[in-house]
Design a protein around this ligand. Structure first.
Ligand code: AMP
Ligand code: MG
Length: 402
């Protein structure tokens, strides 16, 4: 049995970047991974822009003004956003300007409307204005051809906006790893089937489907296979078309756990089987041609937690992501926890903020079959092997689930 860290190392080492890059509309690209850097196509801003409504003026005219000692300036034009004024401002002059307007030549600042009083063609400015005030200067945010965001980042709403700003209707994104999902077990029923003696409705393919999607993979459901060699062989073979194959159930040591031997028969290379972790001990990792195969223990909690711990980083790496750490935080344990020290534990927790401090408690009873413990959890946290008790008040690092 190998450690979590070694298992992750092996998975990481065997995971290659997906082949092929797609050209995607910038709006559709949200949530995809950039396969190109994004550089500015112009200076940003592209012109000296008014950041307030008011009057474009010369700062020398308004060195020591105040409400009591306003200065009277002559208005010689108007510069609305999108409608620049061609006039050049001289001493004693002003151009009325709106936020987003091009600051006219000759002006070096914009006096805010709130401190101005217009009377016909003239304006009283009742405040000193310093050079540069009220202006966002050309290139102030970034110069033309500056690297703004590197490949490997997720396209966020802000990046969608950036693409529009830069006039990039298409961006290159990495392909989504095709991820086949097979659930196995004689006891499994479909969602709409009526429960009968000893049968359960299969949930794992659906939790996995959504986890794969959330991680940026393209999930493909292969259905339910009975614990029967022939059925398994047919279904597993169809999964070899994909980049990743997830098989839930049938990977442990029971008489009906046929997945490891079927994989061997099909010529898959098994890198490891069993990891010193709870839940998730029977985890299996293998490869057939280009397909990476994960055998996930069938208990719903084990399946989801193993996915989060082992499969998610693999999908992220394959999809070209730069960083694939989940969000973590340090939380104070709100209750004492007693544990079986045999293996590293991955516990399901619920965080809560109390008077500005982050606490975490167990989400429910921690049995591997108790799906409610994941439903009510927002994080996972690990307790290393050999620890029998963690006292209340101890700090732990929690890893958020989404
Ligand atoms: P296994 O890993 O096949 O030994 O299954 C372990 C436990 O998980 C058993 O109680 C199974 O009934 C349950 N189980 C297996 N597959 C699923 C599934 N797809 N959905 C829900 N529970 C499952
Ligand atoms: Mg089974």
């Amino acid at each position: 049995m190998i450690s979590i860290n070694l298992a992750k190392q092996i998975i990481f080492q065997k995971t290659r970047l997906i082949k092929g890059v797609e050209r995607e509309g910038f709006l559709q690209a949200q949530g995809r991974v950039l396969a190109q850097d994004i550089r500015t196509t112009t200076d940003l801003p592209a012109f000296n822009r008014a950041t307030v409504d008011g009057f474009a003026v010369k700062s020398v005219d308004l060195k020591a003004q105040s409400a009591k000692f306003p200065k009277l300036l002559k208005i010689i034009g108007v510069a609305e956003a999108g409608c620049p004024s061609k006039k050049i401002i001289g001493k004693g002059q002003a151009i009325k300007i709106m936020t987003g307007g091009v600051v006219p030549k000759g002006a070096d600042c914009v006096a805010m409307k709130e401190y101005c009083r217009q009377k016909g063609n003239e304006v009283f400015v009742g405040q000193a204005v310093r050079k540069g005030e009220g202006i966002a200067f050309k290139g102030e945010d970034a110069h033309k051809n500056s690297l703004i965001i590197e490949k490997g980042n997720l396209v966020t709403p802000a990046i969608v906006g950036l693409c529009a700003t830069l006039g990039l209707p298409f961006v290159k994104v990495f392909g989504r790893p095709k991820t086949a999902i097979l659930v196995t077990g004689n006891e499994l029923l479909n969602v709409t089937q009526k429960l009968s003696s000893g049968k359960i409705r299969s949930s794992n393919q659906y939790s996995l489907f959504t986890q794969v999607k959330e991680s940026g993979g393209a999930p493909i459901l292969l259905g339910i296979a009975r614990d029967d060699r022939r059925a398994l062989i047919t279904k597993i073979k169809s999964g070899f078309e994909c980049d990743i194959l997830l098989i839930s159930g049938g990977v442990s040591v029971g008489d009906c756990d046929l997945v490891p031997s079927v994989l061997r028969t099909l010529g898959a290379k098994i890198f490891f089987h069993k990891v010193a972790v709870q839940p998730g001990k029977p985890l299996l990792f293998a490869k057939k041609n280009k397909t990476l195969i994960f055998g996930l223990p069938g208990n719903p909690v084990s399946t989801m937690v193993s996915f989060h711990e082992f499969v998610r980083p693999c999908i992220l790496k394959m999809s070209g992501r730069r960083d694939f750490l989940t969000k973590t935080a340090t939380a104070i344990l709100a209750e004492e926890i007693k544990l079986n020290p045999a293996r590293t534990k991955i516990l399901r927790g619920k965080t809560l903020l109390r008077e500005g401090e982050l606490f975490v408690k167990l989400s429910e009873h921690q049995g591997s079959g108790n799906i409610i413990s994941v439903v009510k959890a927002d994080c996972l946290f690990k307790v290393p092997e050999g620890v029998r008790k963690v006292v209340k008040g101890r700090k732990v690092v929690v890893e958020y689930l989404s």
